[in-house]
Structures are given as C-alpha cells and as structure tokens.
Design a protein around this ligand. Structure first.
Ligand SMILES: *[C@@H]1O[C@H](CO)[C@@H](O)[C@H](O)[C@H]1NC(C)=O
Ligand SMILES: *[C@@H]1O[C@H](CO)[C@@H](O)[C@H](O)[C@H]1NC(C)=O
Length: 458
C-alpha cells in the first residue's frame, strides 16, 4: 500500500515536494484542463465492473501522456490523486465542469488558459476565471482620451484614439516615437542670437509664404530618430526657400552616418548639425528613409555624383547639401523674426503622455495620464492667435514627424509665449549653403557675418 504504483504518482510527489499547495492545485487545474473534453475512463473497455472499478485494481487504468491514470475507487485516496481527468464525471457522476471565463475589459471575454491583449497589456485567464494582466501604461489610454475630450473647451484641444498607437505601451512611444537627447551643458550654454525688434504679423505660416518650398510631413516610424528627421526637415526647408525649389534632404544619411549617436534610440542635435555643416547630406530620393540605422552608405570623399544621386540643374557643383553653422534663438520674438525671414526652425520639447493623443486645437499639457515625459524635436513653421471672447491665445504652428495621420494633418498648434513644454527654451537654426563654391554671393556674406557674430555649434 505504501508503494507508488505509477510514474504519474512519482511525478506528482516530486512536484508536490517542491511546490506550495497552491501551486500544486494550480498545476492540477492546468493538467486537467489540458485533457478537458477527452475520454479516459469513458473510453475503457467495459470489464465485469464497467468502465470504473471498485477498490484498488491496478489494471483499471488508461494511458495518458506517457504514463497511466486510474479509474478505480482507490485513485483519489492519496494526497496526490492519480485519477483520470474524467474520473469524477464518468465514475462519480459529477456534472461537466463549467468553463471559466475572464472579462479583460473593453467587452473582451476569454476562456481559462487563453491569452489576449487588453489595449497594450497581455492578459492570461486563470482556471478560476480571474485574469492576470500586465499593468503597464499604454500609449493610447482610453481614460486620458476621455478626460481630455471632456475638458476640451477649457484645455483648448481635442484628443483622438489613433489605431497606430492603440495596443502599444507608453514606454514604446517614448523610446521609438521621440528620439532627441536633452541638450548637453555644452550646447545649452551656447550664447544666443538676438534679432532686432521689428513689427511682425499676427499670423505667419511658412507653408503659404514659401509655397512649394516647404518640405512634407515625415513619418519617423517606430524609430527614435527625431534628432535626424527634424534636422533634415528644417535643413530641407531652408534649402527650398533659398533655392526656390522643393528640396528634400536625407534624414537616413544622418541616421546611418553621424557618429556618437544612438540611432533609433535617440541622438544629440548638435552632432547632427555639425555633420550637416562639415560634410552635408544627400537628398531623400538618393538616400531614402528606412526607419532603422543600417550601414552608412557614404564613404570618405563621396559626393552626389559618386553616390549616383541626380543633381539638380541649378546646382553649381556635385557636393552634398551643406548647412552653415547652427545657432540658437533667444525668445519668442527672436524665434518669430527668424522664421519670418529665413523659414522654419527646430524646436525641442518635453512630450507628456497626452501629447500622443493630440488631434486638433492649441496644445497645452493637461496633467491627465502618467507623470512621465520624453524629449522630442519638431519643426516650427509659423504662428498665429485665436480669439475666444475677450481672450486671445497665441500659438506656434509646428510640424511633427509622425505622419499626416497624426494631429492636424501632421501639424500641431501649441501655446506660444509661455514656454509650454519648454518649446521656446532650445530653438536651433542654420542657414543653407546654396552657393557653396561661389563665395561672392551677398547672401553667403550675410550668413557668414551672422554666424561669426553668434556662437556656433562646434
Ligand atoms: C480605441 O480604439 C480601440 C480599438 O481600436 C477600442 O477598443 C477602444 O475602446 C477605443 N478607445 C476609445 C476611448 O475610444
Ligand atoms: C527677446 O529678447 C530681445 C533682446 O534680448 C528683447 O529685445 C525682446 O523684447 C525679447 N522678447 C520677449 C518677448 O521677451
């Protein structure tokens, strides 16, 4: 009577000795669930006593998973029973077990031992109908969206449930939809350019002022490359404006070739601008965006010709597209002055969770959602103001790099003059070097004066 009669018992004894009682019963649930709906005792050849046997009859067994289970009265007399999964139902007449179901929210029901995602979190349904779910913050949080939309008249903007973001974790958004490192002390302490005061219009937009010369909204994809994408976009605009054509400079060239950056895990803006100043980049058609770092295709001494890029007729040489030294802007009016005269500038900002859900209106941080933030760079293309009753709200018009499906066709408005999300703290710009090799152009002289008067990123 003390001997184990099958390897199944031995196995269960081993499991029992190493697990807690709770874990052991979970294990048994799991074991029975694996064989749910299959016949064991029910499939036995009826002997003199039928499918089930009274007392201990070791032959009253059925093979199961490489061992045996039992249909005799003796099988449940142990600490570790070795009855077949259908013993209770077939031999004792117990009712068919009701399958447990878990409600994982959003009207989704799953059966025990099934897995399914509830927004960004994976849930497993336990045998007892309780769901075990991951508890991470999601990039598109229903609660944040609903609260922002409830408060939208006081907040000034509306939120939207983007399918591209739904089901992703907030940390994925921070990691792969942003990608600019906070400026280093060396860059922050750079002295700044101050422009003289001048009457500026109430509203201005580079898109209409330089129609046809301003670059398209880009989509950085799931790659933390805003450091490269925003730099390439601002540089493109400035080339386009100066050369009076559309220019599209390669963000991929920066992403793959600028050293000491983290690629799709972020980068420093000063490194990107320095590269554009020293070496320049190819155009987008020639070196297209891939949303991954890849290998740098450019060798030392390469130019547009050796890289087999097409060279626009108006271009006097086959060198890469270079920019002058980058400089930073001081305050609201300085930024406006710069945009008004030279075109879009690069701004960096703190991104809070609610920003991902921005749809329209003038953004300001709402305080809904996790208290977390990431650093991002965007392109300021203009400004305006909106009157509501006696109140006037001033805003920037900014281009994001998340595609046209996001925000107002890829653009967003954000509060101006109040350093919302630090967007006025660190604004960079640089002049396009369209006449490189023809140094007697007035524009280049002016650019040179400006650059030497001001601090440069070097
Ligand atoms: C967002 O969309 C998902 C599916 O696309 C849906 O399950 C969820 O309820 C939506 N949330 C809101 C706030 O509309
Ligand atoms: C920006 O700075 C310049 C000079 O430093 C100053 O004249 C101007 O009033 C400032 N503008 C704002 C909005 O503070």
């Amino acid at each position: 009577m003390t001997m184990s009669r099958s390897p199944l018992i031995l196995l269960m004894v081993l499991i029992a000795s190493s697990l807690t009682v709770d874990a052991q019963s979970k294990n048994r649930d799991r074991y029975f669930d694996d064989f749910r709906g299959q016949s064991f005792c029910a499939s036995r050849q009826r002997g003199p006593q039928g499918s089930c046997c009274s007392d201990r009859i070791d032959e009253c067994s059925v093979p199961i998973a490489g061992t045996l289970c039992y249909c005799d009265e003796f099988c449940d007399q142990h600490i570790n029973p070795d009855c077949c999964p259908d013993y209770e139902r077939v031999c004792l007449g117990a009712p068919e077990p009701i399958e447990a179901r878990c409600d994982i929210g959003n009207g989704i029901l799953i059966s025990s031992f099934e897995e399914a995602k509830s927004n960004c979190n994976l849930c497993k349904c336990r045998a007892n109908g309780v769901a075990d779910c991951e508890k991470d913050a999601c990039l598109s949080d229903d609660d944040v969206i609903n609260r922002v939309n409830r408060d939208s008249s006081s907040l000034g903007w509306k939120a939207f449930n983007y399918s591209e973001f739904y089901g992703r974790k907030l940390k994925e958004g921070f990691e792969y939809r942003l990608g600019t490192f906070e400026p280093r002390i060396r860059v922050k302490s750079m002295s700044r350019l101050t422009n003289r005061l001048e009457d500026l219009p109430r509203e201005f937009n580079s898109l209409s002022n330089w129609a046809g010369s301003i670059s398209e909204i880009r989509d950085q994809g799931w790659c933390g490359s805003s450091w490269a994408v925003s730099t390439a976009s601002v540089a493109s605009d400035r080339f386009g404006i100066k050369a009076k054509t559309a220019a599209d400079l390669s963000a991929q060239h920066l992403l793959s070739c600028v050293r000491h950056q983290q690629g799709c895990h972020g980068g420093h803006l000063d490194n990107a601008w320095r590269y554009l100043n020293r070496y320049g980049v190819a155009d987008e058609d020639c070196y297209g965006y891939e949303a991954e770092v890849g290998r740098c295709r450019v060798k030392k001494g390469d130019n547009l010709q050796t890289l087999m890029c097409s060279i626009p007729e108006e271009r006097a040489h086959d060198g890469f597209y270079k920019m002058g030294p980058a400089y930073s802007l001081n305050n609201e009016t300085d930024i406006m002055w710069e945009i008004f005269h030279y075109g879009p500038v690069q701004a960096t900002m703190w991104v809070y969770p609610d920003f991902f859900n921005y749809r329209s209106g003038i953004y300001r941080r709402s305080n809904h959602g996790e208290n977390a933030k990431g650093f991002h760079s965007v392109r300021l293309v203009g400004w305006g103001e909106e009157r509501f009753g006696w109140q006037t709200t001033k805003y920037w018009v900014a281009a994001n790099s998340w595609g046209r499906w996001w925000g107002e066709s890829g653009f967003f408005k954000i509060l101006r003059g109040e350093n919302e999300c630090n967007i006025e703290n660190y604004v960079l710009s640089s002049l396009a070097d369209v006449h490189e090799g023809k140094p007697n152009s007035r524009q280049v002289k002016r650019a040179g004066r400006r650059a030497s008067r001001n601090s440069q990123i070097n």
